[in-house]
Design a protein around this ligand. Sequence first.
Ligand SMILES: Nc1ncnc2c1ncn2[C@@H]1O[C@H](COP(=O)(O)OP(=O)(O)O)[C@@H](O)[C@H]1O
Ligand SMILES: NC(=O)OP(=O)(O)O
Length: 316
Amino acid sequence: MAKIVVALGGNALGKSPEEQLKLVKHTATSLVGLVSAGHKVVISHGNGPQVGAINLGMNYAAEHGQTAAFPFPECGAMSQGYIGYHLQQSLQNELHKQWLQKNVVSVITQVEVNPTDTAFQNPSKPVGAFYSKEAAQQIEHDKGYVFKEDAGRGYRQVVPSPQPKSIIELNSINDLIEAGNLVIAGGGGGVPVIKTDDGLKGVPAVIDKDRTSALLADNIGADQLIILTAVDEVYVNYGKSNQKAVRDLTVAEAKKYIDEGQFAPGSMLPKIEACLDFVSANEHRKALITSLDHLDDALAGKVGTVLSKQGALVKE
Ligand SMILES: Nc1ncnc2c1ncn2[C@@H]1O[C@H](COP(=O)(O)OP(=O)(O)O)[C@@H](O)[C@H]1O
Ligand SMILES: NC(=O)OP(=O)(O)O
């Protein structure tokens, strides 16, 4: 039986609470399927659209004198609560349906980053809604936010995305896993914190959840890292008339495609890099990228992209 970290993409979780709950309910069925097959499953998730929406709402209320300003780390923590709530509820309902006895728990997770990380000078993580070029330029002018084009889908605000260094709640997460709980951790890449003389302090940034998920998977000794997003497979020539799905990627092939610029920064590139980090450290490790909708098909080998040092996903 395997220990598996499953990371759910923030952009793949829909645009509203209703959409998110529907998508999470569907994925919960596959996740509980993994649990009932005897695997130890740990779930992480993104928060790009959600933390952006929370931040926009809080800023709007603050600008209109309705609330105090809520900084980005606080918004990140709120997004962990919001998404963790939907995941917990959906997993609990599904476990109940399948007559399985297991506690589900979300851990508010802080992740240490380096205060001198160059990412703070170069915002790159897309958050919140998608805008037209003109609308993005207007907001840049009015509010001073930075916008970038996001994988052919429109323009989005970008914020610094430092590398995750360590997971502050790692011991608690490990204890909860070993006690048999179904754990949700590292949500939104974790709330980014730095170590200061006065202790931990939140910083305004959004850590890439794929990188944090790979770190979490490494730290807890996972065998597999599964990244669920909006596409069934990774493509070469993505978005072009000659795009082609890649079903199996070795470390060497993935590095070659990175050099060719096949994976968009801020979207597919961090996923591939996170998978590479994870599988490069140990030849028995496998990583899988597929869509939230098709996890079962991917585990049956029908869809999905598997990354490993050499072979295909081991189903044990
Ligand atoms: N080479 C590629 N193959 C597949 N998808 C790609 C590629 N390059 C960019 N993408 C885009 O990356 C998206 C996944 O990244 P993103 O939306 O940031 O993920 P998340 O689901 O974690 O929020 C896909 O939905 C697709 O639009
Ligand atoms: N924090 C993060 O990486 O979120 P997304 O998965 O939404 O990009």
